[in-house]
Design a protein around this ligand. Structure first.
Ligand code: SAM
Length: 433
């Protein structure tokens, strides 16, 4: 494909991403499958162009005078990000072959405009309401947090299933397989692979035989706050794909009871093969819309882990397209749902047991505001300091020091800028009455 044809393809992929709710990665794969003439280099170049635009979308929409179509965003990126001159951009827009059609008068005019004063949220590359939330939370560090969230390509973190193998054994195995794993700094069970070239983790024997799972270091750390020990009754209240279920179950060492709940049965079904691979046993329990289905577990659990439904804004470095799909009303709705779920899940904790609230959100409304609401109504739950809650087998010494420093007593915020992880929020409680 010519460079111009790749640009036209990127613009059409961007339009498909904007029209649906599918991850960019899925849309790109579908495009590749439908356009077999595109070689691997073409697909790579198109994907690079698409992600470049998605990470800077706010700035590009603004620069192109509010236009949100793929063509305008690609033109904007050539000018603003790649620094091409008007002539160079015109040379890529001749309309020849499969390339994009010539620039309109307005498009030419937008590219030539460079002197406009850029508002802060545009520079940050995030929706305006998110930037307001970041300013309230991070104050003078908000721009650094925003940049960390939207710019870099995130590494691929693996969690070693220490019930099956040691970190050293898996590290050696991956090196044998030609990879270059590094230890994650804070999680004692983590290995990190570079994102480029993307490693095919699912094809590794270590994956097929359950010695590793793909799991961001932040996700590993929040599991370490649960303090799971063999023999406990552990409930993963919003189990979803089962990532946390496996991380929590690994610490039971085959003794105790693990219950994975969710309101979506299909999600629970998908956990089954992962459990088998990892050698972890769990009961799968679908919840009714009001939390029905776990009446027999009231006051029974040593640990209730609530990985609440959230905006997923902590993972935008991996899925920048989601930043532009989130609306302020979604966040309000999620906050209400989070407080309802937390109150229901709290009923399952036995006296002396632990409750952990987690989101992969960076937004105050889903984090501090949701746990503030819980604390207001739940005198029977005492805050447990992050430093006291951490499971020594799951964090490194450096991790313990770092997490203690990042914590606000029982509340922990992790982010790409402060910890090099996806964005996570956690709060830890013990039932005392
Ligand atoms: C953040 S995801 C969980 C991710 C999962 N823990 C993991 O590590 O892969 C939140 C999950 O909460 C579930 N959920 C939504 N509403 C719920 C409710 N009312 N009660 C329990 N789970 C709910 C969703 O179906 C979704 O799977």
């Amino acid at each position: 494909m010519t460079p111009a044809a790749r640009l036209a393809a990127a613009a059409s992929v961007l339009d498909s991403i904007a029209q649906g709710r599918q991850p960019a990665e899925v849309v790109l794969k579908a495009w590749g499958a439908a356009n077999r003439y595109a070689g691997s280099k073409d697909r790579r170049a198109i994907a690079d162009q698409v992600y470049k635009v998605l990470r800077a979308r706010g700035r590009l929409v603004w620069a192109m005078d509010g236009r949100e179509d793929g063509r305008a965003l690609v033109i904007g990126s050539l000018s603003l990000i790649d620094g091409l001159s008007l002539e160079e951009i015109e040379a890529l827009h001749t309309g020849d072959g499969y390339g994009p059609k010539p620039l309109s008068k307005q498009e030419r005019a937008r590219i030539s405009l460079t002197g406009d004063e850029v508002p802060g949220w545009v520079v940050a590359g995030l929706p305006e309401f998110v930037v307001e939330d970041f300013k309230a939370t991070y104050e003078d560090r908000w721009a650094e947090e925003a940049a960390g969230l939207m710019l870099p390509r995130a590494p691929i973190d693996l969690r070693v299933n220490i019930a099956k193998a040691t970190v050293e054994e898996v590290e050696a195995e991956l090196r044998e397989a030609g990879l270059e794993p590094e230890r994650t700094p804070w999680s004692a069970t983590g290995l990190r692979l570079g994102a480029e070239p993307p490693p095919n983790v699912q094809a590794l024997e270590a994956f097929k035989e359950g010695r590793i799972e793909i799991q961001d270091e932040g996700s590993q750390i929040v599991c370490a706050l649960a303090g799971v020990e063999p023999g406990m009754t552990v409930i993963d209240y919003c189990a979803g794909g089962g990532g946390k279920t496996l991380g929590l179950g690994m610490r039971l060492e085959g003794e105790g009871r693990l219950v994975a709940c969710d309101i979506v049965q299909k999600r629970l079904d998908n956990i089954r093969p992962r459990l088998i691979r990892a050698g972890v046993e769990a009961e799968l329990q679908q919840l009714g819309p009001n939390g029905g289905g776990v009446e027999d577990l009231v006051d029974q659990a040593d640990v209730v882990f609530v990985d609440a439904p959230c905006s997923g804004s902590g993972t935008w470095r991996r899925k920048p397209e989601d930043a532009w799909r989130l609306k302020v009303e979604d966040v309000d709705r999620l906050h209400t749902l989070q407080t309802q779920i937390l109150a229901r899940a709290a009923k399952l904790v036995k006296p002396g047991g632990r409750l952990i609230y987690v989101t992969c959100s960076m937004l105050r409304q889903e984090n501090e505001a949701s746990v503030d609401a819980f604390e207001e109504d739940h005198d029977g739950f005492m805050a447990v300091g992050v430093a006291d809650a951490l499971d020594g087998a799951l964090v490194t010494d450096a991790g313990r020091a770092k997490l203690t420093e990042l914590a606000d007593h029982h509340r922990l915020r992790l982010s790409p800028a402060t910890a090099g992880t996806d964005g996570f929020y956690a709060a830890v409680y013990e039932r005392v009455a």
